[in-house]
Design a protein around this ligand. Structure first.
Ligand code: PGA
Length: 253
């Protein structure tokens, strides 16, 4: 089954109007001739969503928020799924490990957010992944299945969900998972989805790898059959992001 490759650029809390204008205009100019069947999702801070959306014209390039809240209303400082949709955007990233570890988002909270975002018509990149301590204790799959199960319980439409496997120990550390480590987890996640959702969802759902992906390591990761794209942090703020997108234009051997 062929799955459309999907590359996310997670800018996190980085960027200025001037810097992002340069960066995104340069990406966009490069991509205007087409992305060779790859889908790109740029994820700027909430403040820059509308500006970045205005800079993007290449087909296949989408803009996503990095988070949303469960309910609209008296929640100072938050943004809602309905507001993201209202801005004309189609995507949101949920459950990023920085949201989970720094801001205390539990599996239940992430699950609720997935439910609300889908109900508002958004597509979701839902992040999961184990810490170094959990990996060293042999708990990688237990943790990933627990997080995935909280997400799966809230999915009403799997065609609008992308799973991002991002081992916490690989995020922003320069310590990328080996292609084999990533492939093993991706294959296990697909198996879990087959057993707990259904076989056709397991073969159609896209699973991104994230954590220290760069221009040098992307090709070997991309060669693995169950890796359908990347969620890129630091390197998405650099011209090398184009090389990462290009790596996913190659067909798998
Ligand atoms: P990184 O971040 O590429 O800088 O490791 C990935 C992410 O947090 O999505």
């Amino acid at each position: 089954m062929s799955r459309t490759p999907i590359i996310g650029g997670n800018f996190k809390c980085n960027g200025t109007v001037e810097g992002l204008t340069k960066l995104v205009s340069d990406f966009d100019a490069d991509w205007r001739g087409g992305l060779g069947g790859v889908q790109v999702v740029l994820c700027p801070s909430a403040l820059h969503l509308q500006h970045v959306k205005g800079l993007v014209s290449a087909p296949g390039v989408n803009v996503a928020a990095q988070n949303c809240i469960i309910k609209e209303g008296a929640f100072t400082g938050e943004i809602s799924a309905g507001q993201i949709k209202d801005l004309g955007l189609g995507w949101v990233v949920l459950g990023h490990s920085e949201r989970r570890t720094i801001y205390g988002e539990t599996d239940a909270i992430v699950g609720e957010k997935v439910k609300v975002a889908l109900s508002k018509g958004l597509s979701v990149i839902a992040c999961i992944g184990e810490t170094l301590k959990e990996r060293e204790a042999g708990d990688t799959l237990t943790v990933c299945y627990r997080q995935l199960s909280a997400i799966a319980a809230n999915v009403s439409d799997w065609s609008r969900v992308v799973i991002a496997y991002e081992p916490v120990w690989a995020i922003g550390t320069g310590k990328v998972a080996t292609p084999e480590q990533a492939q093993d987890v991706h294959a296990a996640l697909r198996k879990w989805i087959s057993a707990n959702v259904n076989g056709s969802t397991a073969s159609s759902v896209r699973i991104q790898y994230g954590g220290s992906v760069n221009a040098k390591n992307c090709a070997s990761l991309w060669s693995k059959p169950d890796i359908d794209g990347f969620l890129v942090g630091g390197a998405s703020l650099k011209p090398e992001f184009k090389t990462i997108v290009r790596s996913a234009q190659k067909s798998k051997l």
